[in-house]
Write a protein that binds this ligand. Sequence first.
Ligand SMILES: Cc1cc2nc3c(=O)[nH]c(=O)nc-3n(C[C@H](O)[C@H](O)[C@H](O)COP(=O)(O)O)c2cc1C
Length: 262
Amino acid sequence: MVHIDKEKCIGCGLCAGDCLGKAISLESGKAEIIKGCFMCGHCVAICPSEAVSFVGENYDMADVEPVGKGFGIDADTMLHAIKTRRSIRHFKKQGVDKAELEKILEAGRFSPTASNAQNVRYIVFSEETEKLRELSMAELRSYEQDEESFRKVFPPPYSRDRMDFSDDNFLFKGAPVIILTVSPHTVNATIAAADMELQAVSQGLGMLYVGFFVRMAAISRNIREFLGLAEDDQVVNCLCFGWPDVKYQRTVPRKKLNAIWR
Ligand SMILES: Cc1cc2nc3c(=O)[nH]c(=O)nc-3n(C[C@H](O)[C@H](O)[C@H](O)COP(=O)(O)O)c2cc1C
């Protein structure tokens, strides 16, 4: 719940003006909550006198950081980072410390969600990665000679010819860490995943999206049971992380921009 400290409130009205749901009004020169809201936190972020806070067990005001120098990354550096990010398919055997993973998960947690639902959860494999790999490869291999099962999971244009069923690392490329995003909202989960990737790259780590696994996790009983998923849980992204064992010298060519300007 949003709390306004009347002692600290200077009545500037910035919180009321920025409140999407018009849940704050100025009453006798002080901000007042007049209805429920979706707790986007803009009122906390905009207040010049630190009068607004969230109270409740799900929130920790210690999370809130001063904006200070702003975004902190200049435009050219940002674009260069986006262009030089690569899908990594060669990882060192070395594991990834929990502190590194916590920073990556923090990037996901702070990503935007529609209606501020914050409805993305994460399953992190760092100790049981091998179990997940074995189970997933067994599942994939069970489709090798079974066109009907294969097609249920991988409709055209997927083709069995393009999958290497013999390679133990075909799916996860030997990555030491796999993080799954689980959410009813594919856009929310995917924005989180994209932010997590950029965060990982900034830490020197590499990431790979594994769409093949996401398809299997939608259908395979064995995988869903292993993950402890409820009937309507949806694995939206499968993200492999690790220290890259490959170095790219330049960016890749891309198709020309497809945009109309009006
Ligand atoms: C949603 C999604 C699913 C993907 N699934 C796989 C996958 O299962 N296996 C794989 O090797 N690469 C996968 N990729 C990586 C793409 O092949 C890669 O992003 C693309 O070739 C462009 O290369 P780049 O990421 O280095 O720019 C996936 C990428 C996305 C965005």
